[in-house]
Write a protein that binds this ligand. Structure first.
Ligand SMILES: Cc1cc2nc3c(=O)[nH]c(=O)nc-3n(C[C@H](O)[C@H](O)[C@H](O)COP(=O)(O)OP(=O)(O)OC[C@H]3O[C@@H](n4cnc5c(N)ncnc54)[C@H](O)[C@@H]3O)c2cc1C
Length: 463
């Protein structure tokens, strides 16, 4: 086995991992990002909106590395700005093709190296300390040593291999469904929004009291149309979709959610497909079996939109997400466990290192979906302890494998908080390495918070 050593190794190149790698390298340490796929970015490349970045009032609750990423997108004309769905949340939409370049530029700017096409398969430990990550790729096996390891694998692979305690799924083992987002070009936004104004009963609107603000669905539909962007959430129990499901024209689903990706291509991303909640994202055989079904659902949903929804008549399928999308696997148990109650109550915490603002969002089999808004259109704090796994001195986690209950994870899993958590652990690793600390618990949270604030993170206020 070849052997190399770095200050920090980041496992996983999704939103959490790229932010972690950029933040660590920005703060002056030698950083290697290890990613199983061919390109860093993860779900940022699927075209879905980036949620949990803004609260329902339209205030940013995440900043810093995410600002740098969006500045790159904006500079290349791939930033569609913060938008409101007039249902529950505000979000940011970007062109996923531009996002590929933006992610690459962000990592290069600070000299973070990437090792792609490389799967982590094991860890080497010295007591509770992780000293190496065993990886495999076409070149064979390698042992990657580091002072600190940041598990941004979504599934908590590294932390679990190192012996961290974890939980997964609901009380009877149920998991959120796996899905495949897809994109369609040549969508006529005006016709689509006119349809929404004429038939608002098909669309999810005003599900949070804050967004509703005493308005009727008809009034909210008019506001949505005035925004001028294809941000439309057709609900599974609305007449249009319910009838199509009854007729077998559509598979059972809670949503056909449409969001813009490119004005130039008149392109939208569609989130509608699902294969039920017994497919564990860590079971690659089951995931492989789910792919053909998901691709058939992509075709079914695209055909439904073309036939039934004004504005889609001349549209064409233009792409699918880079891989099967996994919403839920393991949650690593850490020093603090974020709960759904804390999130929904917009709870604040003295050890905040990141924030979230998305509703608790639990997709279920068929037409089921739980959606619980954050109080008063606000945000909640993600405390430092959610990123520090129990009993491991030099491993941190960020992203959807954070320490949380199922409900807590169901909000913090969105890409905005994942970017913020990644920035927090990358910055923490840099501070630890530079101070010569061997256990992350030796790092004063106030020192980390100060550095995060200096570098644009949002830790205060925003209700
Ligand atoms: C269908 C779907 C729709 C969604 N809709 C939205 C939405 O509209 N807005 C929103 O904000 N969020 C949405 N989410 C949630 C969000 O996309 C994810 O929760 C988020 O991307 C998680 O980020 P992450 O960085 O923690 O992990 P991931 O994005 O899962 O990234 C983990 C990375 O680690 C790599 N990896 C994993 N294990 C290993 C290993 N052993 N070795 C090497 N590499 C490894 C993977 O290849 C992957 O690139 C959606 C998710 C799905 C699946």
């Amino acid at each position: 086995m070849t052997h190399e050593h770095h200050d920090v190794i980041v496992l996983g190149g999704g939103p959490a991992g790229i932010a972690a790698a950029a933040a660590a390298a920005k703060n002056g340490i030698d950083t290697l990002l290890v990613e199983a796929g061919p390109m860093p970015g993860g779900e940022l490349l699927s075209g879905m909106s980036i949620d949990g970045l803004l609260n329902a009032r339209g205030q940013y609750v995440v900043g810093g590395i995410s600002d740098e990423l969006f500045a790159e997108c904006r500079e290349m004309g791939g930033f569609l700005g913060p938008l409101c769905d007039y249902r529950l949340i505000c979000y940011v939409c970007c062109d996923p093709e531009i996002m590929k370049i933006a992610v690459s530029r962000l990592l290069r700017r600070y000299g973070s190296r990437s090792l792609l096409h490389t799967l982590a398969t094991d860890v080497v430990t010295d007591g509770s300390r992780v000293t190496g990550l065993v990886v495999a790729n076409k070149g064979g096996r390698m042992l990657l040593g580091a002072d600190y390891f940041l598990d941004c694998s979504g599934d908590g692979d590294l932390a679990v291999m190192a012996g961290a305690p974890y939980e997964a799924g609901g009380s009877s083992g149920e998991l959120q469904p796996v899905s495949m987002a897809f994109r369609m070009v040549d969508v006529q936004t005006e016709a689509l929004l006119r349809f929404v104004v004429d038939y608002p009963e098909n669309v999810a609107l005003g599900e949070s009291e804050y967004i509703r603000g005493g308005r009727t669905n008809g009034e909210l539909a008019v506001e949505l149309a005035r925004q001028g962007q294809p941000c439309v959430f057709f609900k599974g129990n609305g007449p249009l979709l319910a009838q199509a499901i009854r007729d077998g024209e559509m598979f059972p689903t809670a949503l056909v959610m449409i969001q813009p990706t490119s004005a130039a291509r008149r392109e939208v991303c569609v989130n509608a497909t699902r294969v039920a909640s017994t497919v564990p994202g860590t079971d690659v055989a089951r995931l492989s079996e789910a792919l053909p079904e998901l691709l058939e659902q992509v075709w079914t949903a695209a055909s439904f939109l073309r036939r039934q929804v004004p504005g889609f008549d001349s549209s064409t399928l233009s792409g699918t997400a880079p891989r099967v999308g996994i919403r839920e696997t393991r949650r690593i148990m850490g020093e603090h466990v974020l709960t759904g109650e804390e999130a929904v109550a917009a709870a604040k915490h003295s050890e905040v290192v990141a924030k979230g603002a998305q509703h608790v969002d639990i997709h279920q089999a068929g037409t089921g979906q739980v959606r619980i808004p954050i109080a008063d259109g606000g945000s909640y704090d993600i405390p430092w302890g959610c990123l520090v796994p129990k009993a491991l001195p030099n491993v941190m986690v960020a992203g959807r494998c954070l320490s949380a209950t199922r409900e807590g994870m169901a909000t913090a899993r969105t890409m905005g908080p994942c970017l913020a958590m990644g920035q927090a652990v990358g910055t923490a690793a840099a501070l630890c390495v530079r101070a010569g600390l061997r256990d992350v618990r030796g790092l004063a949270v106030a020192v980390l918070q100060q550095k995060l604030r200096e570098q644009g993170a949002v830790l205060d206020g925003v209700r």
